[in-house]
Design a protein around this ligand. Structure first.
Ligand code: SAH
Length: 474
């Protein structure tokens, strides 16, 4: 059967694709339909037709699925942020559980019965809205030339005006509106990607959920953050006066970004008012967060995730632990509360500076941090110590915890982990496909998969985190 672009088809949605799209078949020919919910019957327009499958988008929902809900956000279809806001939250969780399960079976090569016998129920949120502690709004103009802040329409760089994102905190909207009103009053231009002209590119807002502290950072296109900024950000004092009225306001800063690409933040910041950083606590440990720091965006779920990682590590107070891909040392410090000694490894030097400062401020004396790639630091540590001191404690860790980016662990890292032969490996993952690939290598190397649990860090999106425990087979 051949389908053509723009053809209208009527399809019953019977499955969910990995990107949250609905899948339905006509005479065995599959359609991948954005915004369709499993259980819907939809009229869809073909957007791309291939020989054996086609992509389409919903034109009309003919019979709504039982799992279809009224999304809070009017822009959920256009926005690149949420993919499955129209899906009942319970169904979202089931989808995420299945995504992890299926990757472990399909890519990891584990038996379905085995996975079903060990996999624990996905950890969802009680209130899956307003969960993000960080928001980055692009600033630009609409077709009428009016100044707007909002979000990029999926896969594009056109901005749709919307200051009310239901994933972010409710403080964001009035803060954004205050800044936009100020820009209009003083004729401060938004940045134009086409010409590279204009001043304000993005507005970053962060809030410490525990501390209530708020940080606002304007990302600006100015040649320098001294006199040029003062000239470009007209009425600066008035803007600051307006922003510091907000409860919790702790830090107001600018970040210079003169790049002509998609990178949101530059490297230079200048604090205009208040502190350089905000503080927040996670599991009783305080963290200082600068505009540039990496910090998990969903603090409620992060605590659950790290709690599981510590539980899986089964610490009694004496253990020696590596925390690879440690960022600002969040997991390291969680572990250090219950372990003998923890060594963190992270590629970004600034994050390691933050990790050390976080450890010191919280009074930890049993942590150490190394800058570098996990796949270089760990193997070279191993080689050096094997020559110098075979009894070195970090050479024989009890636990290695990893929390790599989406691409997973490098094989050089996995190989050294196998050589170091810890009793337990705790793998925290934001991509269950690379997780499954790496688990296969670790299990072939003598480990057994013991526990798996998915944690929903990002409700309404298709992302899912997982935490896994592997034990060394004796
Ligand atoms: N565990 C931390 C950070 C996890 S995100 C937390 O939960 O906060 C993954 C981290 O891995 C990022 O900080 C990233 O900078 C770092 N990273 C990416 N590639 C790396 C590599 N090859 N070696 C070490 N760290 C790396």
């Amino acid at each position: 059967m051949n389908y053509d672009k723009n053809q209208i088809v009527t399809v019953e949605i019977t499955d969910i694709g990995i990107d949250g799209e609905g899948i339905g078949k006509i005479d065995g020919f599959p359609f991948f339909i954005k915004d369709a919910i499993v259980g819907d019957v939809v009229e869809a327009k073909v957007t791309k037709a291939k020989k054996t499958y086609a992509y389409a988008r919903v034109e009309k929902v003919i019979t709504p699925s039982l799992f279809r809900v009224e999304p809070k956000c009017a822009f959920h279809r256009q926005c690149g942020g949420c993919q499955i806001q129209a899906m009942d939250y319970g169904k979202q969780l089931e989808f995420k559980q299945q995504k992890v399960r299926n990757n472990l079976i399909r890519i990891g090569g584990f038996e379905a019965d085995f996975i079903d016998s060990i996999m624990e129920p996905v950890v969802g949120m009680d209130n899956p809205y307003f969960y993000r502690n960080k928001a980055q709004y692009p600033v630009g103009k609409n077709k009428e030339g009016e100044l707007i802040a909002g979000f990029y329409a999926g896969r594009t760089h056109s901005i749709i005006a919307n200051t009310q994102c239901y994933l972010g905190v409710e403080d964001n909207k009035p803060i954004l509106e205050t800044i936009l009103a100020h820009m209009k009053k003083f004729g401060i231009e938004s940045y134009d990607e086409e010409t590279g002209k204009g001043v304000v590119r993005h507005i970053l807002i962060r809030k410490g959920f525990h501390s209530g502290e708020i940080m606002v950072c304007l990302v600006v296109n100015v040649p320098d953050l001294g006199a040029d900024l003062d000239k470009a950000l007209r009425g600066k004092e008035e803007l600051i006066a307006a922003l510091c009225q907000f409860e919790g306001m702790t830090s107001i800063s600018v970040n210079q970004n003169i790049r002509r690409d998609n990178v949101i933040m530059g490297i230079q910041c200048r604090t205009l008012w208040g502190k350089d950083r905000i503080t927040d606590t996670l599991g009783g440990i305080s963290f200082e967060i600068s505009p540039l720091s990496f910090y998990q965006v969903n603090p409620v779920q992060t605590q659950k995730l790290y709690g599981l990682a510590v539980e899986y590590a089964n610490l009694t107070g004496k253990e020696v632990v590596w925390d690879l891909y440690c960022g600002i040392g969040t997991i390291s410090l969680y572990m250090a509360q219950k372990a003998g000694r923890v060594c963190g490894v992270e590629i970004i030097p600034q994050a390691i500076e933050d990790a050390k400062a976080n450890a010191a401020r919280n009074g930890f004396t049993n942590t150490e941090f190394f800058v570098g790639k996990a796949e270089e630091v760990l193997p070279s540590y191993y080689e050096v110590k094997m020559k110098e001191n075979k009894d070195d404690a970090m050479l024989h860790p009890d636990v290695i915890c990893v929390d790599p980016p989406r691409k997973g662990c490098d094989t050089a890292c996995l190989d050294t982990m196998l050589k170091m032969a810890p009793s337990r490996i705790v793998y925290v993952s934001c991509d269950s496909a690379t997780l499954a690939r790496d688990l296969k290598i670790l299990c072939d190397g003598g480990y057994a998969l013991k526990r798996v649990r998915a944690v929903d860090q990002f409700p309404h999106t298709t992302h899912v985190e997982s935490v896994v425990l592997l034990s060394k087979e004796m």
